[in-house]
Design a protein around this ligand. Structure first.
Ligand code: 2HG
Ligand code: ZN
Length: 460
């Protein structure tokens, strides 16, 4: 080991797995953004909680920056290591620590994938309800660091709602047990909630106690084709008033074209500009309610066509049309926006933003989709093959500035669920006031006085 700092770490933790091979640096130094060239110092893969604490203390002593790392499926650059940082990967800390049937909690190490958490909950006849397409690769620690949302927020809320306790190594090296699984705890600042969504800038989440719940009743999945953007919000209001929704997701014909080209099966014939995939509780009466809502939507010209899944396989095929979008767009190196608005602000905002994007991006393909029932839109702009990546990003950033101003006017957020990371830090001020940002910086200084954890993320 030629680097003296790494040699010292190896002395402190002789059993620690430390990788410095160029292929490993490349693999662990990037997330799904692919915008930055990975250049970490090394990758540490601890297996013990105490090792994480030793690593953070070592980083403080040597002034080495740490990038906490989960499944690196993030889309905002939060887990990128491009400046000689130590990547602290939790991937070998991926065990279930315990299940408590009375508390209905599952305690896990932070490196477990979301899918493994789902499977562990299922073994006990319960569910951990946060869910999204990256479930097989993302880690629960990363979900906590970004307060991940996904496709069931409309029913269950964000990750934040499901965290009963956290074990964290703060930036100053202190080990913190936050909230310890309590339901009620009125004893001052809730540091657990402060850590959730802090993007690795306050502490490294090492373990979590997750709340579980009963599985939902059997559900139905429906795909709807809609003629206009306005119809989208009308159909949402109609379905929400008549059915117990588990999901209400939308995408455009452009998104559909990509996902079909990527191998998904067409489910509705003809050309329609907008589509909705919705899932709702299905008993005898809700079947009738769904049909009645559908018919009313058709009568009012809000719905042009629709299919109701007749089997689990068909339900999965309908979901693939929505969940396969990100993967189908990846080869086009999209520039991503992940914005959030109050649902009540959406109709006016959607019109404004449609005309803004139409005038600013006439030559780019723009793909709209997302969790419209939560007020969360994903706008992906595709890079034309002839344009260099840096020119493309410069043009997109100009438009994002305008988008951020529009969001600010409507009281929205520049990041709904992906986090700020590196990608959106220039726009944080459109969502958070100066006073708020100053307090956030102050909090960071308390948890991590030397600024060793994920420097450059969240704040410029
Ligand atoms: C989704 O909702 C994910 O599918 C990814 O949040 C969104 O690729 C995106 O922009
Ligand atoms: Zn999403």
């Amino acid at each position: 080991m030629t680097d003296a700092r790494l040699a010292d770490l190896a002395v402190r933790l002789p059993n620690l797995r430390l990788l410095t091979d160029p292929a490993d640096l490349e693999h662990y130094g990037r997330d799904w953004t692919r915008r930055w060239t990975p250049a970490p110092l090394a990758i540490a893969l601890p297996t013990e909680l105490m090792d994480v604490q030793t690593i953070v203390r070592w980083a403080n002593e040597h002034g080495v920056a740490i990038v906490p790392s989960g499944g690196r499926t993030g889309l905002s650059g939060g887990a990128v290591a491009a400046h000689g940082e130590l990547v602290l990967s939790l991937e070998r800390m991926n065990r279930v620590l315990g299940f408590d049937a009375v508390d209905r909690t599952l305690s896990v190490q932070a490196g477990m994938t979301l899918l493994a958490v789902h499977e562990a909950a299922k073994e006990h006849g319960l569910i951990y309800p946060v869910d999204f397409a990256a479930r097989g690769s993302c880690s629960i620690g990363g979900n906590i660091a970004t307060n991940a949302g996904g496709i069931r927020v409309i029913r269950y809320g964000n990750t934040r709602e499901w965290i009963a306790g956290l074990t964290v190594v703060a930036g100053n090296g202190e080990l913190l047990q936050l909230n310890r699984g309590l339901i009620k705890n009125s004893s001052g600042y809730d540091l657990r909630q402060l850590l959730i969504g802090s993007e690795g800038t306050l502490g490294v989440v090492v373990e979590a106690t997750l709340r579980l719940t009963d599985p939902p009743p059997p559900s139905q999945v429906m795909l709807l084709a809609l003629p206009t953007m306005d119809a989208l919000m009308e159909v949402f209001a109609l379905f929400r008033s008549r059915l117990a929704l588990q999901a209400f997701e939308f995408f455009t014909d452009v998104a559909l074209r990509h996902v079909l080209a990527h191998g998904a099966q067409r489910a509705i014939d003809g050309d329609h500009p907008y589509y909705v995939v919705t899932e709702f509780d299905a008993d005898e009466s809700s079947q009738d309610a769904a049909l009645a809502a559908f018919e009313l939507g058709v009568e009012r010209s809000w719905i042009s066509d629709g299919v109701m899944a007749q089997s689990e396989a068909q339900a999965a095929a309908l979901w693939r049309l929505r969940e396969g979008i990100t993967e189908s767009l990846a080869p086009h190196r999209p520039y991503k926006n992940d914005i959030s608005l109050r649902i009540s602000a959406l109709p006016v905002f959607l019109h404004e933003i449609q005309s803004l994007l139409g005038s600013e991006y006439p030559h780019f393909e723009v793909v709209w989709f997302g969790h419209i029932g939560d007020g969360n839109l994903h706008i992906n702009v595709l890079r034309p093959a002839e344009l260099s990546e840096s020119d493309f990003i410069t043009q997109c950033e100009h438009v994002t500035k305008l988008l951020a101003e529009t969001l600010q006017r409507h009281g929205g957020s520049i990041s709904a669920e992906h986090g700020i990371g590196l990608v959106k830090r220039a726009y944080l001020g459109s969502t958070r006031s100066e006073a708020e940002i100053a307090l956030m910086r102050g909090v960071r200084g308390v948890f991590d006085p030397k600024g060793v954890l994920n420097p450059g993320k969240l704040f410029a």
